[in-house]
Design a protein around this ligand. Structure first.
Ligand SMILES: [Zn+2]
Ligand SMILES: [Zn+2]
Length: 121
C-alpha cells in the first residue's frame, strides 16, 4: 500500500528511530495529523512514530505500545503556549488518547485501549 504523507509530513519522520527503516504507520493517523497541522498553523515535529519491537523494548516501552502497531506519534512540545495550542487542536481533531510528558505530547488511535483519556508519564 502506498502511503500519502500529505502536505506537511515526510515518511522519514515516522520511521523507527533505531535506523531499521521500519515504517508501518497508520494512514488514518497521518491524515489526521495533516488536518491538525493545517489548523495549528505551526510546525509539528514528530519525536517518535513507528517503532519496531526491538527498539520499543530498548527504550523501555511496553510490548503493547501503540507505537509498535503504528498507531501513535510523540509530538515535540517544550513551550507552554505551543503545548496549549497543540492540545486544543488535538482535542478538536478527535484524538481520544493523549499522553503528556515534559517535552512531548503522545497521541494514539489505538481503539483496543481506553478512550477519552489524558494521561501523564
Ligand atoms: Zn527499528
Ligand atoms: Zn508515544
Amino acid at each position: 500500500m502506498a502511503y500519502d504523507f500529505g502536505r506537511y509530513f515526510k515518511p522519514k519522520e515516522f520511521e523507527c528511530g533505531c535506523g531499521c527503516g521500519g515504517l508501518d504507520i497508520s494512514q488514518k493517523l497521518v491524515d489526521r495529523l495533516n488536518t491538525a497541522r493545517e489548523l495549528l498553523k505551526q510546525p509539528i515535529v514528530i519525536n517518535s512514530g513507528f517503532r519496531c519491537l526491538e527498539h520499543n523494548r530498548k527504550i523501555g516501552s511496553e510490548d503493547s505500545s501503540a507505537h509498535v502497531k503504528g498507531l501513535a506519534v510523540d509530538i515535540r512540545a517544550i513551550d507552554s503556549n505551543y503545548r496549549y495550542k497543540l492540545l486544543n487542536v488535538l482535542f478538536f481533531c478527535g484524538f481520544f488518547r493523549i499522553g503528556i510528558d515534559k517535552d512531548f505530547i503522545h497521541i494514539d488511535i489505538d481503539e483496543s485501549k481506553p478512550q477519552k483519556v489524558t494521561f501523564l508519564y
